[in-house]
Write a protein that binds this ligand. Structure first.
Ligand code: SF4
Ligand code: MG
Length: 320
């Protein structure tokens, strides 16, 4: 299949301002040099602890926040260079599903209004078609079409997230950025929503960027997985490859927290020392060295290069 999205050296720096004159005294490198390619119909999983830049990365790609630099090519067109008008049309192709199903739906809008809003914004369909489409969308995400007349407070977290997904689907996007879509849901509801997302991907050939802090959540749905640490890519590989041969010590630590169904397979539990350092004042050399059980002197001084160690398996670590 064809490349839908190509991201090169994407960065987002937030200025740190201090004093009465709000002078810029430095920058937080929230996203620092993210590069990847995603084909239509595929899923990129993006994992890391909270504060590692996952959401900022996703939002920068969609230009919900303005990136500082880099290239985001969607179907060969650089999104970063687009005018407001071009961007408006583009938004239809790139939708987002938010983490918190309680905060992301307007409580004063009926479900019908909620699902119609993006169609109205993009000038799609006649009013009668919109109403019909609302019912179809609700049915497609596993809800009763008669729920259209109800309001968000009448629904559970899982149902609200289904409504959030229907809203993203309303304008027929190609790319959906899923920002921790199941993190706020009960475990039993999580798998239902994940199954729904997989079915919808198959049916509509959707491309996903799936952000999560938990590797087990993205494992099955992802074709590739990117591990982010302090805004930088630590590792990028096909999903199965990453689980079978994790290379970066940070990936290994994240994986060691994932339960293994097979009791014969033993995996050492790696507990990370300390907290995530402040992205405003990242460690020298390898940004992970303050917490890495494998760190040596070179790690404190030299930033590791991004290397393709095996076909399609990249890592930034001096061990390789
Ligand atoms: Fe650990 Fe050094 Fe590799 Fe960084 S470069 S992950 S500190 S071993
Ligand atoms: Mg987040």
């Amino acid at each position: 299949s064809d490349t839908l999205l190509q991201v090169q050296e994407l960065t987002k720096y937030f200025p740190i301002k201090q004093g009465v004159f709000r002078r810029t005294v430095g920058h937080v490198r929230a996203v620092d040099g993210v590069t990847f390619e995603l084909r239509q119909g595929q899923t990129l999983g993006v994992v890391g602890e909270s504060g590692c830049g996952k959401s900022t990365m996703g939002r920068s790609i969609l230009r919900l926040i303005e990136p500082t630099s880099g290239v985001v090519e969607f179907e060969g067109k650089n999104v970063i260079k687009m005018s407001r008008g071009q961007m408006r049309a583009m938004r239809r192709e790139m939708q987002i599903v938010f983490q918190d199903p309680y905060a992301s739906l307007n409580p004063r809008f009926s479900i019908q209004q909620t699902l119609m809003e993006p169609m109205v914004i993009h000038g799609l369909y006649t009013p009668a078609e919109r109403a019909k489409r609302v019912r179809e969308l609700l049915e497609r995400v596993g809800l009763d079409p008669d729920y259209a007349k109800r309001y968000p407070h009448e629904f559970s977290g899982g149902q609200r997230q289904r409504i959030g997904i229907a809203r993203a689907l309303a304008v027929n996007p190609k790319l959906i950025m899923l920002d921790e879509p199941v993190a706020a849901l009960d475990v039993s509801v999580q798998s239902q929503v994940l199954n729904l997302l997989e079915d919808l991907q198959q049916e509509y050939n959707l491309t996903y960027i799936f952000v999560a802090h938990d590797l087990s959540v993205v494992r099955h749905i992802s074709d590739q997985i990117m591990v982010l640490y302090l805004g930088k890519m630590a590792e990028l590989a096909d999903s199965d490859e990453l689980f079978h041969d994790p290379l970066h010590p940070y990936t290994r630590a994240l994986l060691s927290a994932v339960p293994i169904p097979d009791p014969d397979v033993k995996r050492e539990r790696i507990i990370l020392q300390g907290d995530l350092p402040s992205p405003a004042n990242p460690p020298t050399g390898c940004v992970f060295h303050t917490r890495c059980p494998m760190a040596t002197d070179v790690c404190k001084q030299k930033r590791p290069e991004w290397k393709e160690v095996k076909p399609n398996h990249h890592v930034a670590c001096h061990l390789y």
